[in-house]
Ligand binder design. Sequence first.
Ligand code: SAM
Ligand code: DTB
Ligand code: SF4
Length: 332
Amino acid sequence: MSSEVRTDWTRDAIAALFDMPFLDLVYEAASVHRAHHPRNAVQLSTLLSIKTGGCAEDCGYCSQSAHAETGLKATKLMDVRAVLQAAAQAKDDGSSRFCMGAAWRSPKDRDMPAIVEMVKGVRQMGMETCMTLGMLSEGQAKTLADAGLDYYNHNIDTSPENYANVITTRGFEERIETLEHVRSAGINVCCGGIVGMGETRADRVGFLHALATMPHPESVPINALVPVKGTVLGDMLADTPLAKIDEIEFVRTVAVARILMPLSMVRLSAGRESMSDETQALCFLAGANSIFTGDKLLTAGNAGDDKDAALFARLGVTAMQGEVKAELEAAE
Ligand code: SAM
Ligand code: DTB
Ligand code: SF4
């Protein structure tokens, strides 16, 4: 089972993985990880919010939604030069991929020339490029591909049936359409979601089922909800602390993602700031092999380079250097 790449997973089979004794599940996931990826190596990506806040969408978890009351100041699209400076710093800090995020429902065509300059500039520094700008038309995906964009992040976030409980201003199917535009343009897909939003186990099964039955995304970010005051879900969690996801269940989600999508990079994404070293170590054992570095995600705090350096030293883990795809192929 561990060496096959399948897109015919059923929900029952995925639920059965979640139900496995924890130690068997982690052992299985670790075996799949070791069969396909360098061991003890974790890829580092750095995020930059190139356009913050004031977003028209109503994603219930997001500090940047104009529908939320988070007091976040909205900004205009950053200058290309300032973006390239931040990328140079990330490279100096050992990151191999620079991910630029904008709080847009979708980019305007008038923004595309600056976006293209950012992609070209970051690539010239020898870093992999990733962007997350909301929904893309076929033409916009093609423009980004021509600029040399390596990855596009666009999350399905949760199960199709839970989607409308989290976001009402767009539908699950619209996410799938953008993912198709990205893939047909030849850009690597980065697609995952959030757990810990008060969803059920069945939603986590449905979320991973959707990912595992499409052409597997090259990167799968698994975010733990960062509860932000003034957002629907942040406030819900503050009122019902028991809804917070159990860390063992979080590790199970990572392990099942690894088993379902053996060749993908599974990224332990938002939420590490409040995660113990022990939980993160279990996630790495269960096959997570990428993280976001630095003190900040887009608007929320992140563990920070000093803490991560200490964690890596504690675990004997090293940073995976660039050329992730080539490494994946060599490990096959
Ligand atoms: N506006 C673009 C979009 O929605 O596609 C890109 C940026 S958006 C912030 C990227 C992803 O970050 C979301 O899809 C969600 O999975 C994740 N995210 C946002 N806020 C989060 C939070 N508070 N906790 C965990 N993950 C979060
Ligand atoms: C993803 O799945 N996680 C990143 C990235 N894609 C763009 C974003 C996490 C955002 C966390 C909340 C914040 O910083 O506002
Ligand atoms: Fe806007 Fe993206 Fe935040 Fe949704 S997740 S409100 S689309 S920035």
